[in-house]
Design a protein around this ligand. Structure first.
Ligand code: SF4
Ligand code: SF4
Ligand code: SF4
Length: 348
C-alpha cells in the first residue's frame, strides 16, 4: 500500500520561475517515483540542501578531513553523472557536494553511494563533519595526525544534536591552514622544544631556522638563547638541528574554543595545550556535554557566544578539569574574541 506521507520542504527561492516568496515542495514518500523510505533524519539534518532551482537539491557528502578514497571518488563521479548536474562542488569545509539532484532521486542516489560506504553529511544544529589538513602522515610540517582525528571525531560525535552548529577543525602545525582559530573547537599540532647543551656545537643553524626570534645565537659561543614567550611551537628548530640538541619536550594539540565565522565572527580562545589524541577526544566529549547544558533555555546559540560571559567560561573550564585534569589547561583563559565588522557604525 502506498504511504500518504508527504515530504514538505519550505524554500524561498525558485529562480527558474522567478518566484521569491515562500513555496512548499511536496513529494510523495511512496509514489510513482518509488521514494519508499526516505531518510528523514538525513534530510532534516540538511545534508540535502534546497537549491534556488525548482525541485533541485545539493547533496552534501560526508568527507571527514576532506579525504575520500579513490574508490569512493569514482562512485561519487558515477552517481553525480547519473543524478546530478554538470558539476560537483567542493564546499568551504571540504565536503564534496553533488549539485542539482532532483528530490525524486534522493533514494536511489543515497543507496548507490551507501553501497560504496559513502554517507551524506549533516547541516543544522549538530556536530558537523570535522575539517582537517593533510596532517603528519605525509605533510613535512605536520606534527599531529589530523586525518586520524577527523575519522575518530566523525565516528564518535558526528550528527549529535547541539544548540547551534558545532564545528571541529584540525591543523597539524601552527601554520593552521585549516583555520582552527575560527572553529567552535579547533585543534592545532604543536611541540615545545627542549635544548640539550651537551650535544650543541654552536653552529647557529637553529637561530636561523627560528623565524619567530625565539632563538638567538650567543655572540661568542654561537649557542642558542631561547625566549619561550616568542615560541609558536612549530618544531622548526628540532628539525633543523644537525646534532639533535633540540628535542620535543612536549607534543600534542593546542585547543581553541568558541571561534566561528559568519556575520559576527569570533576568534577562539586557547584553553588547553599539548593534549594527547585521547585527551583531545575526552575534551570534545566534555565540551559537547557542557555546551548542551549551558545552552539550555537560550535558544540557538554558538558556544563562542555563550563563552562571552566570564562565569560561563569558568564553568566550562571546571568541566574540562573534570574530564582531563588540570595540568594541561590554560589558567584563566581569555574569552573568545569578537571581531567587530563596523566599529564606528559608518559605511567606510
Ligand atoms: S597546518 Fe601545517 S601541516 Fe597542516 S597543511 Fe598547513 S602547513 Fe601543512
Ligand atoms: S619551536 Fe619554532 S618558534 Fe619555537 S623555538 Fe623552535 S623554531 Fe622557534
Ligand atoms: S642547531 Fe643545534 S647544534 Fe647548532 S647551535 Fe642550534 S642547538 Fe646547537
Amino acid at each position: 500500500m502506498k504511504s500518504e506521507k508527504k515530504l514538505k520542504i519550505t524554500v524561498n527561492h525558485n529562480i527558474e520561475e522567478g518566484v521569491m516568496k515562500k513555496i512548499t515542495v511536496d513529494a510523495d514518500i511512496a509514489g510513482r517515483n518509488e521514494m519508499g523510505k526516505i531518510d528523514f533524519a538525513a534530510l532534516r539534518a540538511g545534508g540535502l540542501i534546497k537549491q534556488r532551482q525548482k525541485d533541485k537539491f545539493t547533496v552534501r557528502l560526508n568527507c571527514p578531513g576532506g579525504r575520500m578514497s579513490v574508490e569512493k571518488l569514482k562512485a561519487v563521479a558515477e552517481a553525480a553523472d547519473e543524478f546530478g548536474g554538470d558539476f560537483v562542488h567542493f564546499s568551504t569545509r571540504q565536503s564534496l557536494e553533488i549539485t542539482s539532484v532532483d528530490y525524486h532521486n534522493f533514494k536511489p542516489l543515497i543507496e548507490q553511494l551507501k553501497e560504496k560506504g559513502q554517507e551524506v553529511a549533516s547541516c543544522g544544529p549538530r556536530v558537523r563533519v570535522p575539517t582537517a589538513c593533510g596532517g603528519c602522515e605525509y605533510n613535512p610540517n605536520g606534527i599531529t595526525d589530523t586525518q586520524a582525528m577527523a575519522e575518530e571525531v566523525t565516528k564518535l560525535f558526528f550528527g549529535e544534536r547541539t544548540s547551534h552548529k558545532f564545528k571541529t577543525a584540525f591543523s597539524a602545525c601552527p601554520h593552521d591552514c585549516i583555520r582552527s582559530v575560527s572553529a567552535d573547537l579547533g585543534f592545532q599540532g604543536a611541540i615545545f622544544p627542549k635544548w640539550d647543551e651537551t650535544l650543541c656545537t654552536g653552529c647557529t643553524i637553529c637561530a636561523s631556522a627560528c623565524t619567530e626570534d625565539a632563538i638567538v645565537s650567543d655572540a661568542i659561543t654561537g649557542k642558542p638563547i631561547f625566549d619561550a614567550s616568542q615560541c609558536v611551537y612549530c618544531d622548526d628548530c628540532v628539525r633543523a638541528c644537525p646534532t639533535y640538541s633540540w628535542k620535543q619536550e612536549k607534543e600534542g594539540h593546542i585547543v581553541r574554543v568558541g571561534g566561528h565565522g559568519g556575520r559576527h565572527p569570533i576568534i577562539g580562545s586557547i584553553v588547553a595545550k599539548f593534549l594527547t589524541d585521547v585527551e583531545a577526544l575526552d575534551l570534545i566529549d566534555a565540551t559537547i556535554k557542557w555546551y548542551a547544558k549551558a545552552a539550555e533555555g537560550k535558544g540557538k546559540i554558538r558556544i563562542g557566544n555563550l563563552l562571552q560571559e566570564r562565569e560561563l567560561m569558568d564553568d566550562y573550564m571546571r568541566a574540562l578539569e573534570k574530564a582531563i585534569g588540570k595540568e594541561k589547561l590554560v589558567e584563566n583563559p581569555e574569552l573568545p574574541q569578537r571581531i567587530i565588522t563596523n566599529p564606528k557604525g559608518v559605511a567606510v
